[in-house]
Design a protein around this ligand. Structure first.
Ligand code: DC
Length: 225
C-alpha cells in the first residue's frame, strides 16, 4: 500500500496547473490546495478595504486579521475570506494583477506560508503555486514544474475568461501574462523558479488527459515505500 506524499506543482500562469492539479488530486484521492487562490483572497480583501497592495502596517494587519479557507463543495474548490464565499470574485484579470502585487510583500508571504505548511504537512496533498517546491515544501515527495509557450498560455487564459463571460482581449491577455511572468519571477522573496529536483512538463502540445496520466504515474512511483 503506497503512502500518501506531498505533491508540489509550480509554474507560470496558464501552464495548466489548476486544471491538472485538481484532476490529479481527484484521481489520487488527495486534497487539492490552490495556493494562488489564497493570494487572490488576500488581494480581494485589500481592494475591498482600500489597502494598497504594498508592504506596510495596514497590509500586515490585514493578513493577521483575515481568515482564508479553502473548501470543496460538490467536488468544486471554493475559497472563503472571513467566511464569505469569494470563489467567483477572485478570478478576474484585475484580481490576477492584485494577487501578483500582494504576493511580493513579505507579510503576506509569511502568513500564507504558515497556513500552507499547516494544511499540507500530513501528506496526501497536491499543492499548486509558484514556490511550493522551492520554499513551502522543499522536501516534497515529488515536484513538477509545468511550462508552456507564452502564446499558448495567453490563449488558454483568454478562453477561460471568455467562457466565464468576462469581456477580454487576446492581445491584452498576452500582455498581462507576460507582465505577471516577469513580476512573479523577478520579485525578491520566493520568486517563481524551478526547483533543481523538479520534473519539467511542457504542456504546450499535450492534452490534459496526457499530462494527468504522466504525472499520476510519476506520483505513484514516488509514493512506493
Ligand atoms: O496561480 P494564480 O494565477 O491564481 O496566482 C495568483 C498570483 O499569486 C500569482 O501571480 C503569483 C502569486 N502566487 C505566489 O506568489 N505564490 C504561490 N505559491 C501562488 C501564487
Amino acid at each position: 500500500m503506497p503512502g500518501k506524499i506531498i505533491v508540489a506543482i509550480d509554474g507560470p500562469s496558464g501552464a495548466g496547473k489548476s486544471t491538472v492539479s485538481k484532476r490529479l488530486a481527484d484521481e489520487l484521492g488527495y486534497v487539492y490546495i490552490d495556493t494562488g487562490a489564497m493570494y487572490r483572497a488576500i488581494g480581494w480583501k485589500a481592494v475591498k478595504l482600500g489597502v494598497l497592495p504594498k508592504e506596510g502596517p495596514e497590509l500586515a494587519a490585514l493578513c493577521a486579521n483575515t481568515e482564508v479557507r479553502l473548501g470543496l463543495v460538490d467536488g468544486e474548490p471554493k475559497v472563503y475570506v472571513d467566511g464569505e464565499d469569494v470563489t467567483g470574485l477572485i478570478r478576474t484579470p484585475e484580481m490576477s494583477m492584485t494577487a501578483s502585487a500582494v504576493s511580493a510583500q513579505p507579510s503576506v508571504r509569511a502568513r500564507l506560508l504558515e497556513l500552507q505548511r499547516d494544511m499540507g504537512r500530513g501528506g496526501g496533498v497536491v499543492l499548486e503555486g509558484r514556490d511550493i517546491g522551492t520554499v513551502v515544501f522543499p522536501d516534497a515527495g515529488i515536484k513538477f514544474f509545468l511550462v508552456a509557450d507564452v502564446a499558448e498560455r495567453a490563449r488558454r487564459r483568454y478562453e477561460e475568461l471568455k467562457a466565464k463571460g468576462v469581456d477580454v482581449d487576446l492581445a491584452k491577455t498576452l500582455e498581462e501574462v507576460e507582465k505577471r511572468d516577469y513580476d512573479d519571477s523577478s520579485r525578491g522573496i520566493a520568486p517563481l523558479v524551478k526547483a533543481d529536483d523538479a520534473l519539467v512538463v511542457d504542456t504546450t502540445k499535450m492534452t490534459i488527459d496526457e499530462v494527468v496520466a504522466f504525472m499520476k504515474e510519476r506520483v505513484e512511483e514516488a509514493a512506493k515505500p
